[in-house]
Design a binder for this molecule. Sequence first.
Ligand code: C2E
Ligand code: MG
Ligand code: MG
Ligand code: MG
Length: 281
Amino acid sequence: EGHDNPDRSVAFYRLDMNAGMQERMRIESGLRHALGHGELALYYQPKFEIGTDRVVGAEALVRWVHPERGLVSPAEFIPLAESTGLIVQVGEWVLEQACAQAAVWQAAGLPPMRVAVNVSAREFTNSLPGRVAETLRRYELDPSWLELEITEGTLMHDIERVIGIMDRITELGVALSLDDFGTGYSSLSYLKRFPIQTLKIDRSFTTGIPDDANDCAIASAIISMGRQLKLRVIAEGVETLDQLQFLRKAGCDEVQGFLYAAPLPAYEFERGLRENWLLLA
Ligand code: C2E
Ligand code: MG
Ligand code: MG
Ligand code: MG
């Protein structure tokens, strides 16, 4: 081997390493440990149809239940997991867990409600459709229970290959949505070629409604473009009644945010369904 003295190379890297790198390595090895020791959890945030106020789906959001630090936000470890490749294992765990939970809800007789799983660009490979199909089969889960949220970053490279993967996923009956819409670089001319069902207006735009004229204009434009393209539009990060009112008037189809509910553990989500919310049957 080139590095015949491992101790020396470690020492070399330590000397050179700034606090940020050390922190990243600490999180990475912690996350590896978390994967093997059941420290990840999925939370579920309901999505509501504006016209009916009913639950139409749930976004699955991963949490790291750290023995000392408590709940660690994905904002802290997903970008790192993406850059190290660990996202693939995290993503496999998330899809498995989300389908297991959806199968429980399906077996309980709930009307189909899409459970949406976030999928990073690095997970969007040729093997993904097969893995999704296999997982649905194993849980005997109807595909109308599953949705994948992808971001514009996924669409940036090798667009023909990406469209091929998208087609294979939607042919299964699984829905696709475009997350954080408006923050990336995707070319609008491609939008009509993507087999997506839904555009998600990024929270950074929702936040500025109704005071920031630019954010209002961008949200309205996304909504009317979505309508023209026959896509559903959902706004994420809805926290106030003013925002809801604006979005309703602008013709937005669905909302998701703290105004209705935060991401919740499955049992609290079920309690919400039992006591507070109605499902769209
Ligand atoms: P995202 O997919 O855009 O998810 C929406 C984020 O907004 C979630 O943050 C959610 O908790 C938060 N949120 C929802 N409503 C509100 C609101 O009214 N106000 C505010 N301030 N925030 C709200 P979270 O759970 O921290 O996740 C952050 C990001 O991490 C996600 O953004 C997604 O990009 C990524 N992520 C989460 N889980 C997964 C996963 O399982 N796989 C992958 N690849 N990425 C994930
Ligand atoms: Mg999402
Ligand atoms: Mg989003
Ligand atoms: Mg977002």
